[in-house]
Design a binder for this molecule. Structure first.
Ligand SMILES: Cc1ncc(COP(=O)(O)O)c(C=O)c1O
Length: 488
């Protein structure tokens, strides 16, 4: 008997409708419990990760296992030991999100499993994704005719932008091309330049001003110097909300400079861009729409689960020139600019149904929901910075422009080394209370704590908890005899 007869019409890869419903319902029970417990779960659990990971090593499974047992493995063993990135206390790095309607969109998208790489294969689904891209262009102020592509995140968006800029502005032999950016730019930009084939030394990392912003005069001087040395300046990268300190570069001045010098102007708005939905954000981000290309991450400012970024470009033809290759087995690409073949606009051929995971929540809730939530995050960050600024010994090193700021304890008469030790301990003590999770960075060499308020579940009460923990621990540290720095 061959394999086609042996299974007797029963296909384990094709569960019955009853079985499918059972899978979803059992999963949903766990999801509900997970969400119910979220507010009291620790904001992060980081000790002993090695043992947890080791205990989860498993041999190749030849036979299946009961679903409840696998759910236990996920929810009880794999998930808890982690940064609680779905929880309200996550104020670290740049928080993501995990809004539920996207999970439903993913379920639908995964089941219908339409191929959205070429327009011809699913014109309707491609159109939904294009709607999303148009809305994004509108939000950031790019003109009609702008376009783009959904990516896995900001790193891929920055990479795709640099490749497009390289193809648009430089000859095939491009190694003399130089890129200008600030010392605060996200490290994915340098990585993208290297991946796009540039030696790292071709990225001119220029010192930022006292508010951590790129200085147009410094860019102009570096461009002139490089031209004189026979190099080819071609790309200026600004930031609309840096990860380090939240700074927004002077975008209108940089855009004007880029135009004057014939540089492609890319703006990394991966973190900050969606604040353009709010009035205050629009004011802080003036000039965003003057970019030639722009990274904007729905898995940050739209609170989507990880895995959805976007690259928006003023002229979609530049993306196509950089990425369209073909083969005899491929269907023809569309000439109509309204019909996108996403595989000809980006490095990926096959990929997930990214459009649906943005489209469904956007249509279900309307952008008003995000405008209000982002306004709330602005209020919370400003409140937290204001309150912390009143704590004795606290110095705000970077005021919030959007929803991210940096601060430290800097008691009078202490050296930089003592301050670093003190702040490391402050951070650890606060994080060990497990109600919030914060991370640190360096600003002009100074060790600093940072707070990024960008989780849709972070509301006023959690920020009050953060302030309480920071105040109480600062107070304990201030009462300790000078010189005693160990964690007790
Ligand atoms: C400003 C900025 N740019 C780029 C990135 C990279 O984005 P991703 O992690 O989605 O690749 C980040 C990530 O935090 C970011 O904050």
């Amino acid at each position: 008997m061959d394999a086609s007869e042996r299974l007797n019409g029963e296909w384990p890869l094709e569960p019955s409708p009853v079985e499918m419903r059972r899978l979803v319902e059992l999963a949903m029970e766990r999801i509900e419990r997970f969400l119910r417990e979220l507010p009291t779960q620790p904001a992060a659990q980081w000790e002993g990760g090695g043992e947890v990971a080791r205990a989860l090593q498993e041999p190749l499974p030849e036979e299946g296992a009961p679903f409840p047992q696998l759910l236990d493995r996920i929810f009880q063993e794999a998930v808890p030991h982690s940064f609680n990135t779905a929880g309200p206390g996550y104020l670290a790095f740049v928080p993501g999100g995990g809004i539920f309607p996207t999970a439903v969109a993913d379920l639908i998208g995964d089941v219908v499993n339409r191929y959205v790489g070429v327009w011809l294969a699913a014109p309707g689904m491609v159109q939904l994704e294009q709607n999303v891209i148009r809305w994004f262009c509108q939000i950031v102020g790019l003109p009609a005719g702008a376009g783009g592509v959904l990516t896995t995140g900001g790193s891929m968006a920055n990479f795709t932008a640099i490749v497009a800029a390289r193809r648009d502005r430089l000859p095939e032999d491009f190694l003399a091309g130089t890129i200008y950016t600030s010392d605060q730019v996200h490290h994915s930009v340098t990585k993208a330049a290297v991946l796009a084939g540039f030696p790292e030394e071709r990225v001119r990392v220029l010192p930022s001003d006292e508010r951590y912003r790129l200085r147009p005069a410094a860019v102009a001087a570096a461009v002139a110097e490089d031209r004189a040395a026979g190099l080819r300046p071609f790309l200026l990268v600004g930031s609309a909300g840096t990860t380090n300190s939240g700074a927004v570069d002077p975008l209108p001045e940089l855009a004007a400079l880029a135009r004057r010098e014939g540089l492609w102007f890319h703006v990394d708005a991966a973190y900050g861009g969606f604040f353009a939905l709010t009035e205050r954000g629009r004011a802080a981000l003036a000039g965003l729409g003057e970019a030639d290309s722009l990274s904007l991450d729905p898995h940050k400012g739209m609170f989507l689960p990880y895995g959805t970024g976007s690259l928006l470009v003023r002229d979609p033809a530049t993306l196509r020139r950089a990425h369209a290759t073909s083969a005899d087995y491929m269907p023809p690409y569309q000439d109509d600019p309204d019909r996108a073949d996403f595989c000809a606009l980006s490095p990926e051929l096959s990929r997930d149904n990214r459009g649906l995971r943005v489209w469904l929540p956007a249509r279900l809730l309307g952008f008003r929901a995000w405008r209000e939530a982002l306004d709330e995050k602005l209020d919370l960050a400003h409140l937290a910075a204001r309150e912390l600024g009143q704590v004795p010994g606290v110095e705000i090193l970077a005021e919030p422009v959007l929803s991210l700021f940096a601060f430290r304890l800097a008691p009078a008469g202490t050296s930089e080394e003592e301050r670093e030790r003190l702040n490391r301990e402050w951070l650890e003590r606060v994080n060990r209370r497990r109600r919030v999770y914060l991370t640190a960075t360096r600003l002009r060499g100074r060790f600093a704590l940072r707070m990024c308020v960008l989780h849709f579940r972070t509301h006023r009460e959690r920020i009050e908890m953060a302030l309480e923990d920071l105040r109480q621990e600062a107070e304990i540290l201030s009462r300790r005899p000078a010189g005693r720095q160990s964690v007790d």
